[in-house]
Ligand binder design. Sequence first.
Ligand SMILES: Nc1ncnc2c1ncn2[C@@H]1O[C@H](COP(=O)(O)OP(=O)(O)OP(=O)(O)O)[C@@H](O)[C@H]1O
Length: 194
Amino acid sequence: MKIYTKTGDKGTSALFSGERRPKNDEVFEALGTTDELTSHLGLAREYCDEQNNGLSEKLEKIQCLLQDIGSNIATPRGHSNDARKARTTFDEDGGLVAELEKWIDDMDETLPPLKNFILPSGGRAASSLHIARSVCRRAERRVHPLIDKDDADSTTGKYLNRLSDFLFNAARYAAQKEGKEEVIYKKQKAGSNQ
Ligand SMILES: Nc1ncnc2c1ncn2[C@@H]1O[C@H](COP(=O)(O)OP(=O)(O)OP(=O)(O)O)[C@@H](O)[C@H]1O
């Protein structure tokens, strides 16, 4: 079977429920943003592998979970049958968020306390994780309109909210492992960077 069906050429596409909607529908906006996020995580994972900093397996698991969040988003709760909804529930018991919280707390124990704003920095692995963090926050913004309409489960928003915290700590952790300095925010005046 070919990858292109041409069914999307006229600017509509299919949800998992079979329903077709315009490509600028907020469901596709949210789906597209989780897709951007997992793509950034793929690159971050490559850099983490190069550094052997121990984050790679966690990032791979998160990429799989983002696929599941995509399935939840693509099966609007108010417009899908019970069987489809059951197949695409996400983190019903909160175990996945709890796991993220543990990963965050474990890294916190090794990281110097934050006293200033830090700039996205700290080497390629850390910087790519900061990009993923900021895209994660956009994904969260795109998913909430769907949650507000009861079209996506609120657990997807909760996971993305915790994920951006995980990615923040992961970026700091990657910088530390690589022995790179995090650049601290300093208020600038004209000529102060020379
Ligand atoms: N531009 C888009 N942004 C986000 N999600 C999309 C976009 N286009 C399609 N999708 C989603 O991704 C799924 C797979 O994309 P695909 O490119 O196969 O869809 P299509 O454009 O409708 O079909 P085709 O490319 O065969 O014409 C779609 O079923 C839809 O849920």
